[in-house]
Design a protein around this ligand. Sequence first.
Ligand code: PFF
Length: 458
Amino acid sequence: MATGTQTGTTDTARGTWGSQMGFILAAAGSAVGLGHIWRFPYVTGANGGAAFVLLYIGAVFLIGVPILFAELTLGRHSNRNPVGAIKAIVGNSSWKYLGYLGVATGVFILSYYTLIAGWTFGYIFKTLLRDATTFDQFTNQGLLNAGLYMAFILMTVGVVYGGVRGGIERWSKILMPILPVLLLFIIIYSLTLPGSMAGVQFYLRPDFSSLTGQSVLVALGQAFFANSLGMGAMVTYGSYLSKDQNIITSGLGVVSFGILISFLAGFAVFPAVFAMGQSPAEGAALVFVVLPEIFNMMPGGILVGFIFFLLLSIAALTSTVSLLEVPVAFLIDEKAVRRKVAVWLMAGVTVLFGIPSALSFGAVDFFTELPLLAGLSFFDVMDYIFGNVALPLGGMMFAIFVAWRWGILNAANEIALGNRKFLGVQSAAWGFVLRYVCPVVIFVVMLNTTGVLGLIGL
Ligand code: PFF
């Protein structure tokens, strides 16, 4: 499994993907995670069902895909992590801080993402043991949460430790094909519950009246988060590509697989939620509160619950792997640190930042309601800064960097090495969107996210 068919370059000290399929599965593994199966259904539920799904698909193809191509190209061209990739093009200029922002964002998102991933892992056993503690009681237990957190970080370390081909690619090839199978199983179960069709109707009938300006923002944020864009994860994964691999077809493959999984996750969740007369707008609790109640009541629910949380854990693991790989690649490339040392170092740093997040669900009052921040928790603040602001900001800057600083022609020539047909109309269209549409749209949405538009009365 570790040594797939070679497509050009041999495995250097940095590492390369063994095959195009290996890359697609690893990148899809990074993309498909809690963002698809946990976050997508609840933001869809809160934003008008199918209308939001359409908005999301629009955001992915208009903004996400062009930036995905830009990140992958930058990585493949330079063979480097985000900081090194920028330095390879413009030397030691201030642009390098965009790379540092990416590396830092990787560590910070990993620090709180692992916490939720740890819950999903814990819920596998909670379901099997028919443990009746509520979600609040569960997240309040500091020691249990710390244990689950450590377990998940250790699994992530275990994969990243093995390197690009022997770790990340190998595990993606094993785990990714399992996902759709598990998901289909849950969908069939969910659709056969009495009363489930109301959920399908809610999900598929677009209610455009419930879309607000806020929904556009959420859709764009989701397009970044769900496709792992804006922090150089795709620069890093792109840096392990060989020149003859086709960035356009693989990139589109990754994005389409992600959309398919998100869309299917809705069919797993909404029919069950409606069958039990629950509200689809439950928010973040949908998966950890509403679904376990359903699993508890239905025949065969234990098995289905077990499969569901296993599914979520697998999806989360291939994502935490990519979050850790970004700072690890940075240390390997820029500081000549050996992979194994880099992995432990970065895992250690992540755990340190994760502690306050883990304690912000009631265990310690200070972190649960931060004094100066309107009672938001430490976890909320991290997710807001790094999940909602840093990714679109980084994505906008990557678009500007590639389009205006490196140059569309240079970038397009790099893409064309593995796809001759790209030069011409395709690259012109991509260049236009990356130059003008992406920066302007993201800028306006960011002004809105950060409340600046509100301040100036718009
Ligand atoms: N795409 C992941 C998800 O949807 O859960 C989260 C993520 C992974 C975001 C890697 C950013 C990233 F670089």
